[in-house]
Design a protein around this ligand. Structure first.
Ligand code: PGA
Length: 252
C-alpha cells in the first residue's frame, strides 16, 4: 500500500505574515489526519520560519530547488547540505518552471537529483510534457527521456528514496487539468518504465499528479489506482483548499 503524499508548492509566494498564517492553519487543520503524508515547500527564505512552526507536527517541509554540491562560490544558490541542515526532508527536482523558464537541461536535473540524495534529501522528480509535445504525440517519449536521463546517472535502486511527480506543463497554473484518465494513463506508463528496471520498486514508488489540482477535481484524480498523491501549486496557498485536497487523499 502506498501512503498518499500531498505536497504544497508555494512557489515565489508569501510574506512572513501570510506564510505564518498558512502553515499554522495547515498544522492545526490536519492534526487528526492519519495515513497521509503532508509536505509544504515554501520559498528558501521562509524555511526557518516554517521549521519553527512545524516542530512536533506531522507536516514536513522541503525546498523547491537546490544546486549541486555541498558548498562553493555559487552566488545566489542553495545546496542540499544547507537544506538538510535546516531540517528539510524533500526537495523538488526538475519542476517544469525550472526546466522551461530557467533552462535546466536533462543533465543538470539529473545532477541535482543525485545531489539531493547525497545529502539525505528525498527528491521529488517532476516530469511532464508541453502542450505542443502532447499534440505531437510525444508525451511518452519526453517523459521517458526525463526519467532515463536520471536513471542513467544514479541507477534505478536509489529511486526507493524518491518520489515522481507527473505534471503536464499545459495544466500547471492554467486552470486546465488532465482528466483522471489522461493522468492515469501517463502514471501507468511511468510505473511500467520503472518496472522494466526494477519490478519491486515499481509497486512501491509514489507517483504524484500536479497541474491545477483543486478541491473540485482532487477526489476523481486521487481515486485512480496509480495516482498516489498531488503536487499542488495555486490551491496550496489557501488553508481550506489545501486541507480539502488532503481529505480527498484520505478518501473522506
Ligand atoms: P498548480 O501548480 O497547481 O498551480 O497548477 C502545480 C505545480 O506547479 O506544482
Amino acid at each position: 500500500m502506498r501512503k498518499p503524499l500531498i505536497a504544497g508548492n508555494w512557489k515565489m509566494h508569501g510574506s512572513l505574515a501570510s506564510v505564518m498564517a498558512l502553515v499554522e492553519g495547515i498544522k492545526k487543520g490536519c492534526s487528526s489526519f492519519s495515513n497521509i503524508e503532508i509536505l509544504v515547500l515554501p520559498s528558501f527564505v521562509h524555511l526557518s520560519l516554517v521549521r519553527d512552526i512545524l516542530v512536533s507536527s506531522q507536516v514536513s517541509y522541503g525546498a523547491q530547488n537546490l544546486y549541486v554540491g555541498r558548498e562553493g562560490a555559487f552566488t545566489g544558490e542553495i545546496s542540499g547540505a544547507i537544506l538538510a541542515d535546516l531540517g528539510c526532508q524533500m526537495v523538488l527536482i526538475g519542476h517544469s518552471e525550472r526546466r522551461h523558464i530557467f533552462n535546466e537541461n536533462l543533465n543538470l536535473v539529473a545532477k541535482k537529483f543525485q545531489s539531493a540524495l547525497e545529502f539525505g534529501l528525498k527528491p521529488i522528480l517532476c516530469v511532464g510534457e508541453t502542450q505542443a509535445e502532447r499534440e505531437a504525440n510525444k508525451t511518452e517519449k519526453v517523459i521517458q527521456e526525463q526519467l532515463m536521463s536520471v536513471i542513467d546517472l544514479v541507477g534505478i535502486n536509489v529511486f526507493q528514496h524518491a518520489v515522481i511527480a507527473y505534471e503536464p506543463v499545459w495544466a500547471i497554473g492554467s486552470g486546465l487539468t488532465a482528466t483522471p484518465e489522461q493522468a492515469e494513463s501517463v502514471h501507468v506508463f511511468i510505473r511500467e518504465l520503472i518496472s522494466q528496471n526494477n519490478v519491486d520498486l515499481a509497486k512501491t514508488i509514489r507517483i504524484l499528479y500536479g497541474g491545477s489540482m483543486k478541491p473540485e477535481n482532487a477526489s476523481s484524480l486521487l481515486a485512480k489506482p496509480n495516482i498516489d498523491g498531488g503536487l499542488i501549486g495555486g490551491a496550496s496557498l489557501d488553508v481550506e483548499s489545501f486541507l480539502a485536497i488532503c481529505r480527498a487523499a484520505r478518501n473522506e
